[in-house]
Design a protein around this ligand. Structure first.
Ligand code: SF4
Length: 353
């Protein structure tokens, strides 16, 4: 297939495919699916071998959010019967994180519901990072606390946070349909603040919210432009009690095409299979390991994943290995090609103009 030969060649060179090529991946037939997976799998192996990075979520503060993101079980007015609690104490969060690290997680993702943290919240997170890293120096900590205000990214960096997650979720054109309490530009701004502070940016999407193929390609191209180090791909978990509860739009085959498209557009980026993999990929989950190089171990923020041991068995059975704490995730070529901006907006230094 000319399309797949072209996409593979570009992926191996870290070259951006055209929008038409990305759209064509989403339009392939079920008969072509294994060819698509094999082609994107070549690109995945070029940059990440057969390693799978494990990440572990700790929900520091759950539910009762004043924002109205329609996909989220923690949103204002959500009737979803999720756990609701305020900030975990540092030792409670550290105990949860230890379980994930013991299971093989290399990164711990500290998440809190809400529009964004107060400076006091950032200090709480700093204490939590200390507690997690006390005995676990090598663990990567990612924070996901919502929209950041001036100086907070720098404070998190100083506290030992390695990465900051803030997803774009969907295309700029459809953002207003899924959330009215903040904007797409607010999200872009927070990702840029994190990058400017020297944090590794993690930003991804949610598929399955009723978006078009063009929307999916738009958000993935926007992510490529934003240049995060990791791109989590979530498949909507349609929680009862949220506005998107009836949106069951995905098939396992479509999920694989979406993951392949993301791999072709972001060939050397950590592409992480995130929420919804069990419910949407179901028995095809192992095929996704040929496309992504990172998954969450165990449970999600408000829903349960399959047993952690089942994740580990799946990785072994599919012929992949868990990435060790001493192994670099990103290819050296990517690290060398990217100079993290440390001047201009978000810093005390003059812009480069
Ligand atoms: S800001 Fe975060 S926690 Fe709040 S509704 Fe949106 S996604 Fe959910």
């Amino acid at each position: 297939m000319d399309l797949l030969d072209s996409l593979t060649a570009k992926g191996l060179r870290r070259e951006l495919p055209t929008r038409e090529e990305a759209l064509a991946v989403l339009a392939t037939s079920d008969d072509e699916l294994l060819d698509v997976v094999a082609a994107a799998g070549r690109v995945r192996r070029q940059w990440f071998g057969r390693r799978v990075k494990l990440n572990y979520l700790v929900n520091l503060k759950s539910g009762l959010c004043p924002e109205d993101c329609s996909y989220c079980s923690q949103r204002i007015g959500s009737k979803a019967e999720i756990l609701k609690y305020t900030w975990l104490k540092p030792d409670e969060a550290a105990a949860a994180a230890r379980a994930g690290v013991a299971g093989g997680a290399k990164r711990v993702c500290l998440v809190a519901s809400g529009r964004g943290p107060t400076d006091r919240d950032v200090e709480r997170v700093a204490e939590t990072v200390d507690a997690i890293r006390a005995g676990n120096e090598g663990v990567e900590v990612c924070a996901c606390l919502g929209l950041l205000s001036d100086g907070q990214a720098t404070r998190l960096r100083e506290a030992g946070v390695h990465a900051y997650n803030h997803n774009l979720n969907t295309s700029e054109d459809t953002y207003g349909d899924i959330c009215t309490t903040h904007t797409y530009d607010d999200r872009i701004d927070t990702v840029k603040q994190a990058q400017a502070a020297g944090l590794s940016a993690c930003s991804g999407l949610i598929a399955g919210m009723g978006e078009s193929d063009a929307d999916l390609v738009d958000v993935v191209f926007s992510l490529r432009e934003l240049n995060p180090d990791s791109v989590p791909v979530n498949f909507l978990i349609p929680f009862e009690g949220t506005p998107l509860a009836k949106e069951w739009n995905l098939t396992p085959q479509r999920c694989l095409r979406i993951l392949a498209m993301v791999r072709f557009v972001c060939p050397d980026v950590e592409v992480r299979l995130a929420g919804g993999r069990e419910v949407h990929l179901r028995t095809l989950q192992p095929l996704a390991l040929h496309l992504v190089n990172s998954i969450f171990l165990g449970d999600y923020l408000t829903s349960e994943g399959q047993a952690g041991q089942a994740d580990l068995d799946m990785i072994t059975d599919a012929g992949f290995t868990v990435e060790g704490a001493d192994e670099a995730t990103l290819p050296a070529e990517r690290e060398a090609a990217v100079t993290v901006r440390r001047r201009g907006a978000g810093t005390d230094l003059p812009p480069n103009a």
